[in-house]
Design a protein around this ligand. Structure first.
Ligand code: AHR
Length: 501
C-alpha cells in the first residue's frame, strides 16, 4: 500500500535558517590551492581564482563559508596571509603535514567569497595562539580605521572593514589530534576570555564555541557542559561535527544516518537547556553543525593518512578526495532533511568541505575541468528551494530495521513553506523496492519534482567523474488526482525535491 504523507500548511514551525546551507574551505589538501585557486588555469582571474569553480560554487547555492580551518587553523598565523604576496612566508602546516605558501589569505579569500555570494565565517586559532591574536585579527578585519591594525588593512588594499560577523572560537579542541589540544576547562576558560575581548572590540560579532569533534568522543556531553558553563552569556552558538560512513556490511544503518544526527542534535540541545545557557540578550544558544558530510574515514586512516604523514611536506597534496556514490547522495540529502527538521535548534550548518576535500565540487589540475559529485545535487536542490518556514509532514508508511538505529521510516521527509510555494524533500531508504506515495498538500498547482537515483545502467555505487556526470537530477512524473492528492513512485534508493504552488 502507498505511503501517505500529509503536509499541513498551517502547522508551520521554525524559520528556515538560510545559514543552514553553509560550506567550508580549509587550507587542506587541494581545497584552496589547486581547488578554488589555480593561477595557471585557463579560467583563472587576476588573483588566480578559477572562474569555472566559482561558477559551480554559485550553482551549489551555499550561503556561508567557514574558513580557514578545521585543524589547519590551530597552527595558523593569520598575519602570514596578508600583505604583499611575494613577502609572505612559507610555513609547515603541521595539521596536514603540508607546506603552506600563504598565497591565499584573508583579503583574497574574502573577495572570492564575496564574488561567490558567501558570508565568511572566520575561525581564530586557539591551538597555538590565544586572546591577543584573535583580538588582533578581529580589529584588523572589522575596525574602520585609525589604529595600527586597521590602518595596516587599509595599506594592504582594503579600505572598508571586512565586517565579518561570524567567528569560530578554535576548532575541535577536544581532539588529541588537534594542535594545542585542551581539556574542557582549559578550552572553556580560553574561549570565554577570547569571546569577552572580541565582544569588547566589536559587540556585533556572533561567536561559535567548539563542541565535541564527534558524538563518539569519550568526553562528549561533559565537554559541552563544561564549555557552556564557562562561555554562557558570551557565545551565540556551540558546534556539532558529524561525519558518516558506510559499513559495506550494513548499508541500512548508513542510510539512516539522519536519525543518528537527529539524536546527536537532540542531546546537545538537552545539554544547552540543562546548563540553561543563553546569549547576552537572553536567547538560547544555537547549534552550529559546522562540519557535516559523508566521509570514508576508514580509507583516510588506512590509506591517505599514513601516506601523507610519512612523506615529504608537499604543497596541496590530494587529501580525502572521496568519490561519492548514489548512496552517499541519498544520505547527504537525508542529513539535510534532518537539519531542516531540527532548525528549531540548529542555527547554521556547513557541508565540509567545498572543493576537492570531501567535497561536492572536484577539480582536475593542469588546466583540467571542474565537475559535480553526486552529493552536489541534493545540496543544491535543497539550498535553492528551502525557505520560509519548516513544516514536519505526518507520514504513514513502512519502516526499515537497521542494526545501529533500530526501525526507521523508509521515506524520510520535510517541507518548507514560503508564501504560496511548498517544497517537500524526500529520502527513500529502501535499497530494493520502489514505494508509491500519496502526498496531500492541500490545494496545488504547478507541481515539479526532481529525483536523484541510480542512473540507467548503473548501480548504487555509481559515481560522477571528470569524464562524465551520470548522477544528476531527473524529472519525476507526478499525477495530480481529482481529489487533489499527488501520486508518484519513489524509485528504490532515491532523493526527491518536489515543489508546488
Ligand atoms: O574537514 C576535515 C577535518 O575534519 C577538519 O579539518 C577537522 O576539523 C575535522 O576533523
Amino acid at each position: 500500500s502507498p505511503t501517505r504523507i500529509v503536509v499541513d500548511r498551517t502547522a508551520v514551525g521554525a524559520d528556515v535558517p538560510r545559514r543552514l546551507f553553509g560550506s567550508f574551505v580549509e587550507h587542506m589538501g587541494r581545497c584552496v590551492y589547486d581547488g578554488i585557486h589555480s593561477p595557471g588555469h585557463d579560467t583563472a582571474d587576476g588573483q588566480g581564482f578559477r572562474a569555472d569553480v566559482l561558477e559551480l560554487v554559485r550553482e551549489l547555492g551555499a550561503t556561508v563559508v567557514r574558513y580557514p580551518g578545521g585543524n589547519f587553523v590551530s597552527g595558523y598565523r593569520w598575519e602570514d596571509g596578508v600583505g604583499p604576496r611575494e613577502e609572505r612566508p612559507v610555513r609547515l602546516d603541521a595539521a596536514w603535514h603540508s607546506t603552506e605558501t600563504n598565497q591565499v589569505g584573508l583579503h583574497e579569500f574574502a573577495e572570492w567569497a564575496d564574488a561567490a555570494g558567501l558570508e565568511v565565517m572566520e575561525a581564530v586559532n586557539l591551538g597555538t595562539r590565544g586572546v591577543a591574536e584573535a583580538a588582533d585579527l578581529l580589529e584588523y578585519a572589522n575596525h574602520p580605521s585609525g589604529t595600527a591594525l586597521s590602518d595596516r588593512r587599509r595599506d594592504n588594499g582594503r579600505e572598508d572593514p571586512f565586517g565579518i560577523r561570524l567567528w569560530c572560537l578554535g576548532n575541535e579542541m577536544d581532539g588529541p589530534w588537534q594542535i594545542g589540544h585542551k581539556t574542557a576547562d582549559e578550552y572553556g576558560r580560553l574561549s570565554a576570555e577570547t569571546a569577552r575581548m572580541m565582544r569588547f572590540i566589536d559587540p556585533t560579532v556572533e561567536l561559535v564555541a567548539a563542541g565535541s569533534s564527534n558524538h563518539e568522543m569519550p568526553t562528549f556531553g561533559e565537554w559541552e557542559r563544561t564549555v557552556l558553563r564557562h562561555t554562557a552569556g558570551l557565545i551565540d552558538h556551540i558546534s556539532v561535527h558529524a561525519y558518516y560512513e558506510e559499513d559495506p556490511a550494513d548499508p541500512a544503518s548508513f542510510l539512516a544516518s539522519g536519525v543518528a544526527l537527529d539524536r546527536y542534535i537532540g542531546e546537545v540541545a538537552d545539554i544547552i537547556d540543562e546548563v540553561g545557557a543563553t546569549t547576552p540578550d537572553g536567547r538560547p544558544i544555537g547549534i552550529s553543525v559546522d562540519e557535516w558530510n559523508v566521509w570514508n574515514q576508514t580509507r583516510w586512516n588506512e590509506v591517505d593518512k599514513p601516506r601523507v604523514f610519512t612523506g615529504d611536506w608537499p604543497i596541496a597534496p590530494r587529501l580525502i578526495e572521496d568519490d561519492y556514490t548514489v548512496t552517499d547522495a541519498v544520505v547527504v540529502g537525508s542529513l539535510l532533511i534532518t537539519l531542516l527538521r531540527r532548525s528549531d535548534r540548529v542555527s547554521m550548518a556547513n557541508l565540509a568541505q567545498l572543493v576537492n576535500v570531501i567535497a561536492p565540487i572536484r577539480t582536475e589540475p593542469d588546466g583540467g575541468t571542474a565537475w559535480r559529485q553526486t552529493i552536489f545535487h541534493p545540496f543544491a536542490l535543497t539550498a535553492t528551494a528551502a525557505s520560509g518556514r519548516v513544516v514536519v509532514p505526518s507520514v504513514d508508511g513502512g519502516t526499515i530495521d537497521t542494526p545501529r538505529h533500530g526501525p526507521v521510516d523508509a521515506v524520510d521527509s520535510i517541507a518548507t513553506i514560503d508564501g504560496d510555494t511548498v517544497s517537500v524533500f524526500f529520502a527513500h531508504r529502501d535499497l530494493e523496492a520502489p514505494t508509491p506515495v500519496e502526498l496531500d498538500l492541500g490545494r496545488v498547482a504547478d507541481v515539479e519534482a526532481l529525483v536523484i537515483t541510480i542512473p540507467e545502467g548503473g548501480d548504487r555505487h555509481t559515481t560522477n567523474s571528470a569524464d562524465g556526470e551520470p548522477v544528476a537530477p531527473l524529472d519525476l512524473p507526478v499525477k495530480v488526482g481529482d481529489d487533489g492528492i499527488l501520486r508518484f513512485t519513489l524509485p528504490a534508493l532515491a532523493w526527491v525535491r518536489l515543489t508546488a504552488r
